[in-house]
Design a protein. Structure first.
Lengths: 307, 297
């Protein structure tokens, strides 16, 4: 502010207002899209979940009936069980295996770029093609896996046809795409200042102590982030069971989203499917809130560097 | 964190160091062993896919296996093309991907510039709301979105797969905004002095400087669209409109009782080829973009 000069009347369109208007115009498409494709569907789905609706005709209001029916539905609980089992096994396996690989690669080794390429590659391939490939590898009679096992004198399982094995097979193939997380881990690892390691070494810390007292605490924000993303991703299991088992045998691989899809587009029970979607939404919300609530206990945040 | 507390040299330093060197050599060796073993395990499925696609059906089912088919049965691919109009589906996928890339680049970079540089009351709150959608599993919204597109008579058209891209994507807005924030402000200030409009600054200063980030966005949207399964599965019903991913599913479904694996693997190989080629050409950008935001697309 310059107090000396008496100002003429302030024009309405100050620089500040012009900037605000420009900003509104720049972000307008995104905001409109957000309202059209996220907010509106979310509100509408809350309503649909309270109705009987088969796409044709008008929705008929039934209150909480859809939710009550779901809770009485054995297949719903089966789908919950399948998805929870999958997530509880696959998420720790993804995190531990990809983090271990990243830690190995983070030493100054030659050829790391080539290794990274190989591990990352399966993650860019289409889920449908991947499912077709693994259905072939898992083939009971002529698949590669059972062929290799038979060379060792072992009788391989019916990977996708045995109800006790099928979900495990899908978990096994899911590990093939864990390379997706490598760049995130490597980025995080490279962000840890080398002085910390030098200091730890001078204090006589051995490799394990450095891992547990320097690397993992410094990496904790990335771990938290990957944990949340992994869980959300695992609850969305769909393409693999849809392509490989259709949820069978005996619903052993009926994932939550596959059952949701079947309810909506095979049985045209839109209300019930939407109720499932809302329950998944609430579950994800709760989970994210929970993870973030307890994160201060173990997440180390470098306060000065954020800004 | 452990601070620097002791700087005194260790006793018997040289013996310790020799010991360390041996230890580190051993660690190195073990590391390579693990990495190479892992690579083999990761590559064998792809190798098996490609070689199966070049075998006769009899050889494909044989054990001990024919590891390398001699001669390679290139005829499998021509047989596939006769029974499965791959190029039609590839054309559809490319058409959709191209429009999605254009829409995403324009709308997301506009919004990202607004969020990164232009001040407006409430701007950051809106940005946080947009980011929150990244935590929301997309499947939650498919039914209301389907109902909405049905009302618009967009079912069995490409509109539901393309039009939303023109309204920006939170993930890409975030990625580009982070990139724009690293560009020094002085460049824009100079242009402002010369009377350049915001739109011109966006187009002539920000976009050219954001090349790597824009390439990353284009690549991600291509791979995401090419591989998308649920969207085309729900919205497309005419077979000649199918994308590669959905067409593959129908090819496999049609052979469920008697799968001809050599043909299925030929189709699968063709379908992953564009993403593999792109990956090898543009690997740098794949990984950079991801590290930039640390977000899964």
């Amino acid at each position: 502010m310059q107090p000396s000069l008496p100002r003429p009347r302030k024009p309405w369109l100050t620089l500040r207002r012009r900037e605000a208007i420009a900003c509104a115009l720049f972000i307008a498409p995104a905001v409109i899209g957000f309202v059209l494709f996220w907010v509106t569907p979310l509100v509408v789905s809350a309503y649909i979940s309270l109705t009987d609706y088969a796409l044709a005709g008008t929705p008929r209001f039934v209150g909480l009936e859809n939710y009550r029916r779901l809770f009485d539905d054995d297949l719903f609980w089966q789908a919950v069980r399948v998805t929870l089992t999958y997530a509880l096994i696959v998420v720790p396996m993804w995190i531990i295996s990809s983090l271990t690989l990243a830690l190995i690669m983070n030493q100054k080794l030659r050829g790391v770029a080539a290794f990274r390429t190989v591990y990352y590659l399966p993650a860019v391939l289409s889920g449908v093609a991947t499912a077709m490939l693994w259905a072939w590898l898992f083939n009971y009679r002529s698949g590669l896996l059972n062929g290799l096992l038979s060379s060792l004198g072992l009788q391989g399982p019916n990977w996708l046809g045995d109800k006790n094995v099928a979900l495990f097979s899908i978990i096994l193939m899911s590990l093939w795409t864990m390379g997706w997380y490598l760049p995130i881990w490597l980025g995080g690892l490279q962000g840890i200042p080398t002085e910390l390691y030098e200091a730890a070494e001078m204090d006589g810390a051995n490799a394990w102590q450095r891992l547990f007292n320097v690397t993992l605490p410094m990496l904790s924000p990335v771990i938290l982030y990957n944990l949340v993303i992994n869980i959300i991703f695992a609850t969305q299991l769909f393409t693999e069971p849809m392509m490989m088992t259709s949820g069978g045998p005996q619903f052993a691989t009926l994932s939550y989203v596959l059952y949701l899809y079947n309810n909506a587009f095979s049985y045209l029970k839109m209300g019930q499917a939407t109720a499932m979607a809302w329950l998944l939404f609430l579950f994800t919300l709760m989970l994210s809130a929970l993870v973030f609530k307890f994160s201060p206990l173990w997440v180390y945040v470098e306060s000065e560097k954020r800004g | 964190m452990a601070g620097i507390t002791s700087t005194a040299p260790l006793p018997q330093a040289s013996a310790l160091r020799r010991n360390r060197r041996w230890q580190s050599r051993l660690v190195r060796l073990a590391s390579y062993a693990v990495l190479i073993a892992g690579c083999v395990i990761f590559l064998v499925p792809l190798f098996w896919q490609v070689t199966t696609s070049l075998k006769t059906i009899q050889d494909a089912m044989r054990w001990p296996p024919v590891w390398v088919p001699v001669p390679p049965q290139w005829g499998n691919y021509s047989e596939l093309f006769e029974r499965f109009p791959f190029w039609l589906y590839a054309g559809n996928s490319i058409f959709i991907s191209a429009l999605v890339i254009v829409g995403t680049l324009v709308s997301s970079s506009l919004a990202a510039y607004g969020f990164a540089r232009l001040r407006m009351p409430g701007r950051d709150a809106i940005f946080v709301l947009l980011l929150a959608t990244l935590m929301l599993p997309g499947v939650v919204l498919i039914i209301p979105q389907f109902v909405m597109f049905q009302r618009l008579q967009w079912i069995n058209t490409y509109n539901p797969l393309i039009i939303p891209a023109f309204f920006g994507s939170p993930f890409f807005i975030f990625l580009l905004r982070q990139f724009f924030l690293t560009i020094p402000r002085e460049l824009e200030d100079a242009a402002r002095m010369d009377g350049a409009s915001y739109l011109r600054i966006w187009g002539q200063i920000m976009l050219p400087l954001a090349g790597p980030a824009l390439i990353a966005v284009a690549i991600y949207s291509f791979v995401g669209t090419w591989n998308d399964f649920l969207g085309p599965l729900i919205y497309l019903s005419d077979q000649e409109k199918y994308t590669v991913a959905v067409a593959l599913r129908y090819l496999a479904g049609g052979m469920r009782s008697r799968p001809e694996y050599h043909l299925l693997m030929a189709a699968a190989t063709l379908s992953i080829l564009p993403c593999i080629l792109l990956f090898f050409v543009a690997q740098r950008w794949f990984m950079q973009g991801q590290v930039f935001t640390g977000v899964k697309g």
